[in-house]
Design a protein around this ligand. Structure first.
Ligand code: GLN
Length: 548
């Protein structure tokens, strides 16, 4: 029988519920328990696949092809597990199920209502993963307590708290304890109000996790405990951390896991084994070298739009004992005139995934620079497609070669809509999504990186390399080094004569975790390090002669 932990948020959004949930899960996992995390989002979109990054940051894709909230990325990176369709539920999904059932006549003439029909469906989904043999299912409730739209979720938690045995259910409430400079004091009132709001909805938190810029004094902890009706040991300090990967250790120091185990009456557990995690943190904190990686995209002002890519850099940097400084470069403002200046400080270049035509010319210009200068290049999805277009235009001489996504009338559609996409009109959940097989060409850069011939990677796209041009590309020096064995879709391209030039149609960033950094990112950082060393040697001839 699984036990359930619910994580709610109060006072404001962006307190890091996802990281707290993932950190708690990590600690319980390190104690030998099997844990999974799911996220319940109160918005009406069926999934975040149709939301643009300004609205919702990155869309994280699972192995089984669900387009989900970016918090699922944190869960996977922390726990080194795969999540599934079932791990992200939205109000849209809940209503869709209930309305479909109503149309089937499943409610036998009853009036269909928020309570009990919507809340029953929420509860059913909250308990779904509990049937899969996990010891603990953590459920993060999106939004902030008090939002109208999250009310049915809070009500479902209330009902489960009432239905389940006391020791099978636990509520953690994450709140903000702000520091008021003028008063020189931490303030507990917002927390008191947010717990009061929850109590009005019938839910009583067992543990209060306080985000704070300053340490919580015993007096503050006592005050929060008294007014929020929890034990003092259940008031947890979550101070701002230099990296999200420190949070599990901070939560361990605060004994968050121990308090949960006690409340859930779990007696079978071991001392937490976080050896690999701590080794990773050590390498992250004390790098021996540094590289500048240019991230070319059109959402670079948004931290969350390229979340998984940025985290994959952190993992790959740590294993290389190298600090990865990401230089965000807006693709819309790159021109042939300024590209040299914009790229001068870089040791490698990553062209990001994306949709639509904005910033396309800048991306193509950046790829050309990397190809011609021997600058390590890594293109992901749209980034790979840009590399193909650049090669077609500048090496194959196919003027105005393009993707039919940006120019449906291009004379040379080197990137074209996939056959099975041509009949599709609905936008939601209809891309080529999830994990697909890829066969790697022996003796290629890809085979050196992966060290095996068969891999699987996750996808999210509609367009593909147009195979009718493949022979021309290969003759001219761009090779397809990874293909889907069934459809022969090109999944990886590379330029063998270049120090490091690789483009992938899939999203490797989605599979990089702390304990399993993605091999392409690892090799990419390695190539950037080598590039930086050579650049410095040229800058410093004395060093160069010493090296000789
Ligand atoms: N827009 C491109 C396509 O749909 C690339 C998608 C992406 O980068 N994820 O094929």
């Amino acid at each position: 029988m699984a036990k359930y932990i619910f994580v709610t948020g109060g006072v404001t959004s962006s307190l890091g519920k996802g990281i707290i949930s993932a950190s708690l899960a990590k600690l319980l996992q390190a104690r030998g328990l099997t844990v999974t995390i799911q996220k319940f989002d109160p918005y009406i979109n069926v999934d975040p696949g149709t939301l643009n990054p300004y609205e919702h940051g990155e869309c994280f894709v699972t192995e089984d092809g669900a387009e989900t909230d970016l918090d699922l990325g944190h869960y996977e990176r922390f726990l080194n597990i795969f999540t599934t369709q079932a791990n992200n539920v939205t109000t849209g999904k809940i209503y869709q199920t209930v309305i479909n059932k109503e149309r089937e006549g499943a409610y036998l003439g009853k009036t269909v209502q928020v309570i009990p029909h919507i809340t029953d469906e929420i509860k059913r989904r909250m308990k779904l993963l509990g049937n899969n043999g996990y010891d603990i299912v953590i459920t993060e409730i999106g939004g902030t307590v008090g939002d109208i739209e999250s009310l049915p979720f809070i009500e479902a938690v209330r009902q489960l708290q009432w239905e389940l045995p006391d020791e099978d259910c636990l509520v953690v409430h994450l709140t903000l304890v702000p520091y008021l400079k003028a008063a020189k004091e931490l303030k507990t009132k917002p927390t008191q109000h947010s717990v009061k709001l929850m109590s009005e909805n019938g839910v009583h938190p067992d543990i209060i996790v306080c985000r704070t810029e300053r340490p919580l004094s015993p007096e503050i902890r006592r005050k929060i405990a008294l007014f929020c009706n929890v034990k003092q040991e259940a008031v947890i300090e979550a101070a701002d951390a230099p990296t999200i990967y420190e949070v599990p250790l901070a939560m361990m120091r605060e004994k968050l896991d121990v308090i949960c185990l006690k409340k859930l009456n779990i007696t079978q557990f071991k001392e937490p084994d976080l050896t690999a995690w701590k080794e990773f943190l050590d390498k992250l904190k004390y790098p021996k070298s540094k590289v500048n990686i240019g991230l070319i995209g059109k959402y670079i002002e948004l931290q969350d739009a390229y979340k998984s890519i940025l985290e994959a850099f952190v993992h790959a940097g740590a294993i290389n004992e190298c600090k990865v400084e990401v230089i965000n470069i807006h693709s819309e403002f790159i021109t042939p005139e300024n590209v040299e200046e914009k790229m001068a400080s870089l040791d490698a270049l990553l062209v990001a995934p994306g949709f639509g035509h904005r910033g396309i010319d800048g991306k193509i210009t950046a790829v050309k620079y990397a190809r011609e200068r021997g600058l390590p290049f890594f293109g992901i999805c749209l980034g790979m497609q840009m590399a193909v277009i650049e090669f077609a235009r500048n090496i194959l001489g196919l003027a105005n070669a393009h993707s039919t996504e940006m120019n449906p009338d291009t004379p040379y559609p080197v990137i074209d809509l996939m056959e099975e996409q041509k009949k599709i009109t609905d936008k939601g959940g209809t891309m080529r999504l999830g994990s697909y097989d890829c066969e790697i060409l022996p003796n290629s850069l890809a085979s050196k990186i992966y060290g095996k011939e068969g891999i699987t990677e996750r996808h999210r796209h509609r367009w593909e390399f147009n195979n009718s041009y493949l022979a021309d590309f290969e003759k001219a020096g761009m090779v397809a080094s990874g293909k889907n064995p069934e459809s022969t879709l090109v999944e990886i391209i590379e330029i063998p004569g270049h120090p490091f030039f690789i483009g992938v149609q899939y999203h490797p960033e989605l599979k990089s975790t702390v304990e399993n950094p993605h091999p392409i990112f690892v090799h990419f950082i390695k190539a950037a390090k080598e590039y930086a060393e050579k650049k410095n040697a040229v800058k410093n001839p004395l060093l160069q002669s010493e090296m000789i």
